[in-house]
Design a protein around this ligand. Structure first.
Ligand code: 1CP
Length: 345
């Protein structure tokens, strides 16, 4: 049996579409909150293979999703490169602000390879756990942040509304910015390759802040590095599909889908799936894009949105997902309701 998600990613339409949810492991699940408390802080959880593997498997046990996604974070790459990272309780990530060539040259890929070892061990344990628990139809997704989005957090020192310092550096100090992007492209290829060698069956690249860029910078710092990473991964692992998620790319989505070589594109909440189905080449699968707030609202409002998405993607390779991560206020029963709705289609 070909797993449904892999069947879609090799260009086939499957009905109902395979289903998983961004941030399907996380604080909305009481069993996640329990192991999060056991680990102490978030980075300790990401670097404890036994607990991180457990967090990865928890939502599969509950909902039988078609994909498990490695429990880790996009910011573990700057952390492993030695840039520094902490999660301030209730505030989100805090990193040093990268500003100089010396800051870029201090990033250490050998160090990353050492530090990422527990995350790679998590991948191995997830595959063992999936076999042990009989999750035969579930596909394991490995992931990384895309270089641009990771650079955003490194330059701003955390989250931001508009990533102004990052955009200013891209325009004002293009050589410095490109030097950082080159390190992140190399690091991403090494990191994702290690995940694939350990058992990840699909690679996903999260470019959560792609939408803050002008079209020319989007081509230079979203499309070009994604194409480099995808080409490098395909040269080594021709059968491993790549999903790209250029969040808020707007009118650049179709160009991204065409030019990067990805096998699927994630549609964020703002994308009209009818338009994406018309504009994205038919061999590229569409993934998405229920608003996490529609899931939280539930009932008829959610059902209407689900119906619209399903109608738009019917007949082409598609994966049902949210348009962004599930919010912690979501009740586990609401996720069960969504799963029922899709599976009953
Ligand atoms: O308190 C906690 O328990 C930590 C909350 C949490 C979780 C559960 C964070 C902090 N990261 C994660 C896991 C995570 N992050 C996964 C794993 C598996 C899954 O999806 O189930 C993945 C794929 C990510 C990816 C991630 N991290 C992205 C890209 C996707 C997106 O949401 O846009 C981004 C931007 C991050 C950064 C991040 N990690 C965590 C926080 C609070 C943030 C900052 C978000 C922001 O800037 O507002």
């Amino acid at each position: 049996m070909t797993k449904p998600l892999l069947h879609v990613l090799s260009g086939n339409a499957v009905w109902p579409p395979p289903l998983w949810l961004m941030r399907q492991a996380g604080r909305y699940l009481p069993e996640y909150r329990a192991i999060r408390a056991q680990a102490g802080d978030f980075i300790s959880l990401c670097t404890a293979p036994e607990l991180a593997a457990e967090a990865t498997l928890q939502p599969i046990r509950r909902y039988g999703f078609d994909a498990a996604i490695l429990f880790s974070d996009i910011l573990m790459v700057p952390w492993a490169l030695g840039h520094g990272l902490r999660f301030a309780e209730g505030e989100g990530p805090v990193l040093p602000k990268l500003r100089t060539v010396a800051d870029v040259d201090a990033l250490n890929i050998d160090r990353m390879v050492r530090e990422m070892a527990p995350i790679i061990e998590t991948v191995r344990r997830v595959r063992v756990g999936m076999a042990r628990e009989g999750f035969d139809r579930t596909t394991l997704i490995g992931f990384a942040g895309s270089p641009f989005t990771v650079a955003c957090y490194m330059i701003e020192g955390g989250g931001s509304k508009d990533f102004a310092a990052t955009r200013l550096m891209a325009y004002g100090e293009p050589l410095l910015f490109q030097r950082l992007m080159d390190v992140l492209v190399e690091a991403t290829v090494i990191y994702v390759s290690a995940q694939i060698e350990a058992g990840a069956e699909v690679a996903m690249l999260f470019d959560s802040w792609a939408g803050v860029l002008s079209p020319s910078l989007f081509r230079a710092h979203v499309i070009a590095p994604t194409r480099r990473i995808t080409a490098a991964l395909k040269a080594r692992f021709p059968d491993v599909p790549v999903i790209g998620f250029p969040r808020l790319a707007g009118p650049m989505l179709a160009e991204y889908a065409t030019a990067t070589g990805v096998d699927a594109v994630g549609m964020d909440t703002s994308v009209d799936p009818v338009r994406a189905a018309a504009e994205v080449p038919a061999h590229v699968a569409l993934q998405g894009n229920l608003d996490p707030m529609a899931l939280l609202a539930g009932g008829a409002a959610m059902a209407d949105e689900v119906r619209n998405i399903l109608r738009a993607v019917r007949g082409r390779p598609a994966i049902f997902n949210l348009g962004h991560g599930i919010v912690p206020q979501t009740k586990p029963e609401q996720v069960a309701e969504l799963v029922e709705l899709i599976r009953a289609t």
